[in-house]
Ligand binder design. Structure first.
Ligand SMILES: Cc1cc2nc3c(=O)[nH]c(=O)nc-3n(C[C@H](O)[C@H](O)[C@H](O)COP(=O)(O)OP(=O)(O)OC[C@H]3O[C@@H](n4cnc5c(N)ncnc54)[C@H](O)[C@@H]3O)c2cc1C
Length: 385
């Protein structure tokens, strides 16, 4: 009898997992990807799309997905582990032997009058509004993280006739090294962005009035879909699916998680933030551990880490903060056009890694985490129900 692996979510983690499973060429393994979009969304390019410096932020699934993966254009509304099925919004039910939960992050809440750009629909709406603004109109970007900084710079540099401001409660990207942060702030000022750090943004009423802006782009943190919690699966305090270090859901022997929607519930892994750079290795390892489980072999602890943080500040400026494996800033950094080129290379490599995995299971490799070499077998083979 065949085995069905269902992957929920066709983002970076989900597509990587689907490719690693399908390209493995296991006889009788049916790999099914459930995702609502008809095309793969390059989320890491949504600020470019919003600011009009990129015509499209999607690519054809056929160009990145192993041809053996069966794609279903739908959304999961409930996971039923007792029956090993997933209820889909369109009414159908998908049965699984193994499940990968990779539904990513959703736009968090935003006050009235603000636009969110972390999903394609929001980015498209913001793009139209920005393009229609007359000279001198004011655009306020809210948030102190990378998405806010990249969006503010990209918008200011492409729409020189607009007045762009960046509002953050604390300092801009506080986890950068001091020199890198100063250089990012300088670049933003050169682009014409007015910085308002340390000022809480009014949360009541229409935020455009509070900030005196015609358009407000809200980039203050990601939320996650409520699917895991609604399905009775263990989640952390913000609704991310709770995993053990092998990326398996605690208390479940058939469900794995990867990417923004899931979190390894072990303090050792606190350094793994929500980002594409963490989602890809998690997707690959979740798939790898499913293959181990199918073979009755022990699963491996997840092991991934960081090397650099690439920031785009428009098309011809940027910054690269070199990192230790645990995501802490080192004293090394790059700036200017060289950094912008480096960031563009990384964005392109992201798709190349996914495509490489579609050609050969196991092709994608990534930097090891802190205490490299300590990622060892974590669990004895488990009896599957
Ligand atoms: C503007 C911007 C710039 C960024 N830049 C960087 C960067 O430079 N470097 C970096 O590392 N990270 C960056 N990120 C973060 C990065 O995009 C995310 O961390 C990454 O997309 C997470 O990958 P994922 O596969 O977990 O989720 P996603 O890429 O969000 O994919 C999740 C998928 O699940 C689908 N889905 C959701 N709900 C369901 C459901 N119920 N059923 C089925 N499918 C579902 C979604 O439609 C989507 O296809 C950036 C993000 C933004 C918004």
């Amino acid at each position: 009898m065949g085995t069905t692996a269902v992957i929920l979510g066709g983002g970076y983690a989900g597509v990587m997992a689907a490719n690693r499973l399908a390209a493995n060429g296991r006889p009788g393994l049916d790999v099914v990807l459930v995702t609502p979009e008809l095309r793969f969304v390059e989320r890491i390019r949504l600020h470019e799309y919003t600011a009009g410096t990129r015509a499209d932020a999607t690519v054809d699934f056929a160009s990145i997905l192993h041809q053996g993966v069966r794609r279903i254009s739908d959304s999961a509304v409930e996971i039923r582990p007792d029956r090993r099925t997933v209820q889909l919004a369109g009414g159908a039910e998908a049965g699984y032997d193994y499940l990968v939960y990779a539904v990513g992050s959703a736009a968090g809440t935003a006050p009235d009058g603000a636009l969110r750009i972390e999903q394609l629909e929001g980015a498209a709406a913001a793009r139209s509004e920005l393009a229609a603004l007359p000279a001198g109109a004011r655009v306020a970007v809210v948030g102190g993280g990378l998405t806010a900084v990249e969006t503010a710079a990209e918008t200011a540099r492409n729409f020189e006739h607009l007045q762009v401001s960046l509002h953050s409660a604390g300092p801009v990207v506080p986890r950068l090294g001091t020199q890198t942060r100063r250089s990012v702030e300088k670049s933003l000022r050169r682009a014409g962005v007015k910085l308002h750090s340390g000022t809480p943004v009014p949360a009541d009423g229409d935020v455009r009035t509070g900030l005196g802006a015609d358009v407000v782009l809200w980039c203050a943190g990601f939320g996650v879909p409520g699917l895991a919690a609604a399905s009775g699966l263990p989640v952390n305090n913000v609704g991310r699916l709770s995993l053990d270090p092998t990326l398996r859901v605690r208390g479940q022997d058939r469900i794995y998680g990867a990417g923004d929607a899931a979190v390894i519930d072990d303090p050792f892994y606190d350094y793994l933030r929500m980002c594409c750079a963490a989602a890809l290795p998690m997707g690959a390892d979740a798939a790898g551990n499913i293959l181990c489980a199918m073979d009755g072999e022990a699963e491996l602890r997840h092991d991934s880490g960081f090397r650099g943080l690439c920031i785009s500040l428009g098309r011809s400026d940027g910054a690269v903060q070199f990192l230790s494996a645990d995501d802490s800033a080192t004293r090394f950094h790059l700036h200017g056009r060289t950094a912008a080129v480096q960031k563009e290379i990384i964005c392109r490599m992201t798709l190349r890694w996914i495509r490489g995995e579609a050609k050969r299971s196991g092709a994608y490799t990534w930097p090891t985490g802190p205490q490299a070499g300590k990622a060892t077998t974590a669990t004895a083979p488990v009896a599957r129900s």
